[in-house]
Design a protein around this ligand. Structure first.
Ligand code: ATP
Ligand code: MG
Length: 402
């Protein structure tokens, strides 16, 4: 029979890649707990409508990237492409708004998008996301951006934070019209996708990665010039707070993000080295209400864990490895010594191979062992072990105390 391969775009995480991944994820989780975020473990499957209604019918995700399917009863379900929609659904379902004036939640787990797989882009990837429900104050946006910046600084990844405001129900319609007007003049230079989507969702044209489209929108009107009083004030205060926190940010008037639910603040942390986005987020003040909850302003971000782990240069070294080698018929003693060393907090592997001491030490080298713990009959009788430093070759006798 043919050997099975994993499904295209679905990858196994292991070895060094997984070590980086875990390091990044642990660091972010610790940081989120310091900011007093509470974890929520969300299901991987939701009703398709949850995503359609929140992410937006005209977005790439909903139109072509969703793993949607019918269950045995014919109900439309989908594997989650992102976490915010589910978090909002849960927030409403469990009336979390009734518990606290504001709620700070984070989630972690696999997301699924039917995209063309390439370096750093998978069909199953992982995100950690954080959401704050119940605050419309730009203080919240600033604190989230600051958290994002702290994470990346601690990981040693140089980034610049790009920010923009994309307005609200009051100011965006007027901007939408002037943008549409502008786009109708440059239409012949746009890619086919943009020509198709510009009338339904003109802001998305600003986000298109096709060079011709980028060029065509260079002179496009900017949302920031059309913000209403409230949105302008919000944006100005956000910038003041970021400056107060010494966070280097760059205003990008064409940053819009690929999801429909955003209002006011949108932001991305862009790697200076590679120019790719590693963390992205924004405010979504209408989403809770649109999904059937009470009007609740909210803001959040999501971290792409694979992409972020790729950029981490080095992870802290693992604990040194001890390798217990039974030499002679002393397996019982070796088992006991290994157990004892682990109880002392050491990382220990017991040799499962038999053979000469030379063979065992060769094996130790292959396994990346730092200390060989040799236990023979003499050791057993005298309650000690022989500790050999594999780097220096130095050997000492260690008494076992009871
Ligand atoms: P892109 O423009 O790269 O497609 P996006 O706008 O679709 O990104 P978001 O929905 O904002 O991405 O998700 C946040 C983060 O999740 C991204 O910045 C990225 O790091 C990561 N991400 C998104 N899609 C994938 C994918 N298919 N594979 C791996 N990571 C991904
Ligand atoms: Mg995408």
């Amino acid at each position: 029979m043919d050997k099975f391969q994993s499904v295209r775009g679905f990858h196994d995480l292991m070895g060094d890649e997984l070590r980086r991944f875990r390091y990044v994820s642990e660091l972010i989780r610790e940081k989120l707990l310091l900011y007093n975020f509470e974890e929520i473990v969300l299901p991987v499957v939701e009703y398709l409508e949850v995503f359609q209604r929140s992410i937006g019918e005209t977005t790439d995700i909903v139109q072509k990237e969703m793993f949607a399917f019918q269950d045995r009863k014919g109900r439309w379900l989908a594997l989650r492409p992102e976490g915010t929609a589910g978090a909002v659904r849960a927030y409403i379902q469990h009336s979390l708004y009734a518990l606290k004036p504001y709620m700070k939640l984070f989630y972690e787990g696999p997301m699924f998008r039917y995209e063309r797989p390439q370096a750093g882009r998978y069909r199953q990837f992982h995100q950690i996301g954080a959401e704050v429900f119940g605050s419309k104050d730009p203080l919240t946006d600033a604190e989230l951006i600051s958290l994002v910046y702290e994470i990346l600084s601690e990981l040693g990844i140089p980034v610049v934070i790009e920010i923009n405001s994309i307005g609200c129900k009051i100011c965006r319609p007027a901007y939408r019209s002037v943008l549409l007007e502008y786009l109708s003049h440059v239409e012949r230079n746009l890619c086919e996708v943009c020509i198709d989507r510009k009338d339904r969702n003109p802001l998305r044209v600003l986000d298109c990665k096709v060079p011709a489209c980028k060029e065509a929108v260079k002179e496009a009107p900017k949302m920031v010039d059309y913000l209403c009083e409230e949105c302008r004030e919000h944006y100005t205060r956000l910038k003041e707070y970021l400056s107060a926190l010494s966070i280097p940010y760059r205003e990008n008037p064409y940053l819009v993000r690929g999801l429909d639910y955003y209002t006011k603040t949108v932001f991305e942390a862009v790697s200076e080295e590679l120019g790719i986005t590693v963390i992205a987020g924004g405010r979504y003040d209408y989403l809770v209400e649109e999904l059937g909850g009470p009007p609740t302003p909210a803001v959040g971000f999501a971290v792409g864990l694979e992409r972020l782990s790729m950029l981490v240069k080095e992870v802290p070294a693992q604990e040194p490895l001890y390798f217990v080698i039974p030499f002679g018929p002393v397996e019982d003693f070796a088992l006991w010594v290994a157990k004892r060393l682990r109880a002392e907090g050491k990382r220990v592997e017991l040799s499962y191979r038999k053979g000469s001491l030379k063979k065992q030490l060769e094996l130790a080298n292959r396994l990346g062992v730092r200390y060989a713990v040799i236990v023979g009959e003499e050791e057993k009788a005298g309650s000690f072990y022989t500790l050999k430093d594999m780097e220096t070759g130095e050997q000492v006798r260690v008494e076992i105390t009871f």
